[in-house]
Ligand binder design. Sequence first.
Ligand code: 9MR
Length: 594
Amino acid sequence: MRLSACLLPALLFACSPAAAETTAVRVNGLGFAPDAPKRAIVETDATEPLGWVVRDATGRTLLSGRTVPYGQDAASGHNLHRIDFGALTVSGGGLQVVADGVSSPPFTIAPHLYEPVARDALAYFYHNRAGTPIRADLVGEQLARPAGHLPERATCVQGRDTNGNEWAPCSYTLDVTGGWYDAGDHGKYVVNGGIATWTLLNLHETLAPFADNTLKVPEAGNGVPDLLDEARWEVEFLLRMQVPDGQKMRLAVDQPSPAAGLTFSEVDAGGMAHHKVGDISWAPVPLRPDQNRLERVLAPPSTAATLNLAAVALQCARVWQSADPAFAARCAKAATRAIAAAERNPAIYAVADFPGSGAYGDGSLTDEFFWAQAELYATTRDPRHEAALRQAPFLNQPAGEAGWGSVATLGLVTLAQSDTPLRDQARQQIVAAAHAWVQEQAETGFAIPHAGTRFVWGSNSGLLNRAMLLALAAQWTGEARYRTAVVDTLDYLLGRNPNGRSYISGYGTDPMRAPHHRHWAGALDPAYPLPPAGALSGGPNSTSTGEGTAGVVAAGCAPMRCWADDVGAYALNEVAINWNAPLAWVVTWLDRTQ
Ligand code: 9MR
């Protein structure tokens, strides 16, 4: 194939055998909107520009040009060239970029390619609901399953943690049925549920994109936007995680990290939120949720979880005000209790280290306090909050990349979309961040809004959280470069990366099919299904070389290549609610603002 392409004189390829050995043309295998920016990246040893063409399915040349050498790229470990074929605006399928005699995977140019991706990215949440059967008429026979953890009642974990600290029992059980399973595991975490739910509700607040009867959820037809129905499934769970009023508990106060020798004091924990509910020990893989018989336990309450609950409940009070005022009022009441509890107990960290669920530990809570206060202000518009927020560092520096442990930016986005005097200051900081991230695109060969060589656990979600802010900056400023950066991010996720794979199941180039997930484990055991379309892999992780990599990545891998499509590699190839939520947000935005 390569040889015959090299022989076509019209294509002017540089056909040195050495170059042909290593050349690869990376492109978004899903494709592009006709008027979208379009880039391909070439991995090649060549240092001089190479000729390229875009050809259609019949081999006809549609556009040609010469690559722009980028040079050696530390993140991917390759010498790279860039191709800009944005001048091609005609729709078509089976298109390929050919450079140096090497063809890219096929892709399409057409409007609204992201529409089904958005639906599927949101379907992720229904698929992962706990406490309800996942119906065949909504997801198909293969992926349907009986309800897991129905009902789910749990009491506090007690006894010795892995550091030898003795945790006291509590005197109650909570009915914590419902919510979404976090990820590949069956844990349900208030901290991570917080950012994921906020992101879906923010998508609703930004675009109101999914009215009633537009998504495959059991509540379709109830007169409420389907996106709100999905988000409510988790909000209801978060509310159930709140400690009953007046509960005295022995907790570790002001001790930020799990350690031996924690000291305990009695606090009034009423109104706080339990950090998580999960299995008493790690469940085997694969395992259908309804077949998980492990005891479920509540982790002790934490200030971080309490503030997550407060922030989302305040957003709930705002968002459901017209759709369901009674629910909005219930949320507002829970938020008031949570805020009082967090003020009473401002430094209770998640330090109970028990196996069976993830830690989601966080030693810094100023961002959680800011987020909750921002939501409080945006919902109540009580001017008493304005001065404190205005002075907070988060309103006086460029926005940071949001994540489950860095939530100030969520508050900033809420303020930036609020009808309050803080709106413009918040917007400025988001645009400042977007500006810096566009600069970063020039500093990394694959042109993503993330320079450098540090790719952490869930790196793909970090990119999408940046893309959300880039999208907002595009909206507020009208500057095309911000939208281009969003497109570049999706291009990378859908195949324009050094692994030549799409990290989104069902879409793009050779998509991920073996996520770390206890039910979608068909790649491991044919009795289980493969993942549905629209699930996002955590992505390259250059920071966990041993744990969670299942030995499948090469030692010393170039950061962007520290990834494998392997069920066992949970540090690289898990899926999670807080990763799919920004995916849903960004692809919906791309589609709806086209
Ligand atoms: O997303 C989390 C990541 O930031 C952490 O580095 C990692 C290790 O603590 O945990 C990730 O969260 C996992 C959670 O603890 C348990 N459910 C699956 C989550 C995704 O891997």
